[in-house]
Ligand binder design. Structure first.
Ligand code: FES
Ligand SMILES: [Fe+2]
Length: 452
């Protein structure tokens, strides 16, 4: 879909700005929309398990009002919020062993939406056998509650990625609410240029000064989506970093405080997070912060600062005063202020935005496939956890006098990416070790070439 925006070319000409064009259909997620139907084909996070105590919790997903609760025996249920009898909210329902009982006239619902009792009716009433209440399948995994919102006969496998079960890693669930459309939050992960400006040069270094060096930026498709590839020379090292998008709305980010100085090959994931549409104008980031000495060697991360509406790095929530956020803006401020639904028709995308353009293209491809009656692309079946591609790699690659260093950096980025994404070692049980060995070989080769 092409959206025509307004492009003014004369000074002092705001008068000729037209109204906003309609929203891109990728941003519209409510039932029956193309993007909404595509996103519903995957297991999606709904809430943190820690949010669900012994009283029900209202949730809103894809514009639907639902209630999430735990039975007295510990199973989770996700039902339409309003009782099928006369609409009382099941937030006031009483969880039982089998499900939840509406407070108003006692209808009892099972986890699958079957009506188990309508106790005010004569014993021979068959109403409960003829009616079902809206329900979605739900499961808990590592502290996050996931739901499946698509057609029941198309329920997919719950895919386990390699980063969910990395040796000695600790996954700490967190969740952040963003009062804006889901796509602008998700796109941020494929926008490496903002790391240079927002995170480093604009006010203060949110992470490390090396982030302020404008990298050679490249982007590549992977078997599950895409990665960005940023390659910087910083002091005597070359630092290659890739964030990973797993289609449609899962993303992974490397070590947040990486400074590109300590030699490493293929250090893994710092954040695994979904951007979950609440409705067209609200979304949540729900995921895990990873705590592992390999991705956080200087021990900067703070587990106790990760959880409901909090995470342990700068600028991710609206918790500070508005003026503080104006003076020292972070991701939250830049993203939420792109309008309630970022309007693609009035943007002017540039060289910096190639990742955003590519992500939209991939999402549109999959969305269209589902709209035409096909199934969304899914990771190939595998005996073990599926590979993911997020990493930081820091190599000693010498400067070559008389050669264009940007060209060398681009080549390093491409070579490292080839090792991370391609080759028969991707399916090997010792994939990580083999990737690391290939990277060390490559680094050794580059050093030898420089010494010639
Ligand atoms: S409104 Fe729920 S049982 Fe009557
Ligand atoms: Fe950011």
């Amino acid at each position: 879909m092409t959206i025509q925006g307004h492009t003014l070319t004369s000074p002092y000409d705001a008068y000729h700005n037209g109204p906003l064009p309609p929203e891109d259909e990728l941003t519209l997620v409510e039932k029956g929309t193309a993007a909404g139907e595509y996103l519903r084909r995957f297991w999606q996070p709904v809430a943190l398990a820690s949010e669900i105590g012994d009283v029900p919790k209202k949730v809103r997903i894809f514009g639907e009002d639902l209630v999430l609760f735990r039975t007295t025996t510990g199973s989770y249920g996700l039902l339409d919020r309003h009782c099928s009898h006369r609409g009382s909210s099941l937030e006031f329902g009483l969880p039982t062993e089998a499900g939840i009982r509406c407070c108003y006239h006692g209808w009892l619902y099972g986890l699958d939406g079957r009506i188990l009792e309508t106790p005010g009716d004569p014993p021979d009433s068959t109403l409960k056998d003829r009616l079902c209440h809206g329900a979605y399948p739900v499961r808990e995994y590592k502290g996050i509650i996931f739901g499946y919102f698509g057609e029941p006969e198309k329920i997919p496998e719950f895919v386990i990625y390699d980063s969910y079960d990395y040796p000695d890693d600790k996954l700490v669930p967190y969740s952040l609410s963003y009062p804006c459309n889901w796509l602008q939050v998700h796109e941020n992960v494929m926008d490496p240029a903002h790391a240079v400006f927002l995170h480093t040069r604009m006010t203060f270094s949110h992470f490390a000064d090396a982030w302020g060096e404008l990298p050679v930026m490249d982007f590549a498709e992977t078997p599950t989506g895409m990665i960005y590839i940023t390659t910087r020379r910083w002091r005597d090292k070359v630092w290659v970093r890739s964030n990973d998008i797993i289609l449609p709305n899962l993303a992974q980010v490397g070590h947040i405080w990486e400074d590109g100085q300590e030699a490493k090959q293929f250090s893994r994931v710092g954040i695994t997070r979904w951007t979950m549409p609440v409705d067209n104008e609200n979304c949540k980031i729900i995921g895990w912060r990873h705590f592992h000495p390999e991705v956080n060697p200087r021990g900067i991360g703070r587990e106790e600062d990760c959880g409901l509406e909090k995470v342990d790095f700068y600028g991710q929530t609206g918790a500070q005063t508005f003026e503080e956020r104006q003076r020292l803006p972070g991701d939250y401020d830049a993203i939420v202020s792109q309008r309630r639904i970022a309007n693609h028709g009035v943007e002017h995308l540039t060289y910096c935005d190639r990742g955003v353009v590519m992500l939209r293209r991939l999402l549109r491809r999959e969305m269209d496939r589902v709209a035409r009656g096909g199934d969304a692309a899914r990771p190939a079946a595998a005996p073990g956890p599926r590979p993911t591609y997020c990493h930081d790699t820091v190599l000693s690659i010498p400067l070559l006098p008389g050669e264009d260093d940007r060209k060398i950096l681009a080549e390093v980025g491409r070579k490292v990416t080839d090792i991370v994404v391609n080759g028969e070692h991707q399916a090997a049980a010792d994939r990580v070790e083999r990737i690391r060995a290939l990277m060390r070989d490559y680094e050794g080769g580059a050093a030898a070439k420089a010494a010639e």
